[in-house]
Design a binder for this molecule. Sequence first.
Ligand SMILES: [Zn+2]
Length: 403
Amino acid sequence: MAQLEDDSILRCEACGAENARDAETCRGCGRALESDDEDDDEDDADDAPAATATEAGTKDDGGGKRGEWRGILVIGAVFSLVLAAWFLWNPPKPGQAPGASTPASNDTAPAVPKPDNEVKEIELAGDVVWVGTSKGLFAHDRKTGAVTQSIDAASGAPHDFIDSLLVDKGGALWAGGYGGGAGVFDGTKWTKFEPSTTGNQTVVQIFQDHAGIYWLATAGAGLFRFDGKTWTAYTRQNGLPSDEVNAIAEDADGALWLGTSDGVVRFADGKMKVYRPSDGLANSKVLAVAIDKQGVKWFGTWGSGISRFDGSSWRTFAALPEGPRSPFVVSARADGQGRVWFGTHDGVAMVDGATWTHYTSAEGLLGSDVYAIEIDADGNKWFGTYRGVSRLDSENQWKQFPH
Ligand SMILES: [Zn+2]
């Protein structure tokens, strides 16, 4: 497959994600990637098997030549069984990077950035841009882009792989790690939450609601509520449809909207209402949630595009021209002008009323996978990719903050 994009990158044809050239499976959708160094030539009869092993609507890109040699089919079948078994045992998680749990060195500027040096979260605090990556936590100066501080597990962060960040109402920085629970940084020291509190799971989002309550979404241990003293866990045992909670947003009525791996949950007054594909949601695996200025809810799904819910009816935007360039939608933010910005495995899609606008590396993104979006008080949009952060200002000018 023609997945080559540049010397160091393989782009997945199924989801658009950019992968390390030596990667065997796509970190975006879990599909098998072909090594271009070995038996590529013109022989394309492969990698359809992986589509059956991945979940959630991965589209087969078709075109597999039929009537190839029987030997290739047998090898393909065996390969797909092995792959399916591997995925059953170890299902791919969105954003999971190969080798993510191995301790990383704390260099801040690798000579050749690799796709696993992913920006997972951006958080703004005055003139500081906190950037959480798969290789540590960095403070950038908002104007110059210079790194003013770098923090890794050795200096107290919950993990070298930072998956979530929050600057809370009191100004403290919360960070959630990849399998390392969460911690709070007051500027000089870290307080870590014991693994038993967060289940030692990857904390994928940390959110503070209008009442100041903290909510931590985890990739396997459900949702945690923390009022400053007491932790409360919400899991499948007490009403969540899935223990994988991928995203949290709050509406104007104070209801939480959760994107989980088995539908959307509206959570208010202790009651959960679940929305699934049978209700109109495009895909049960929801990775991103945003609520726009009019109160409309938007959900980014894993493999089926974007669903919109106005409180009574659902509509899905799955592909171009009305919808994202990639159906794998991994981040979302609403701005103050009624627009919603989505990060996908193939750039950023922005919807303004009925109009969709797309941004890729041709416009100014440093990389095509956009796991993090943040919008500051001046209306600047900050996008996180594996090559670093790109900023789009309100005059449509781009500035890059590479690793
Ligand atoms: Zn992929």
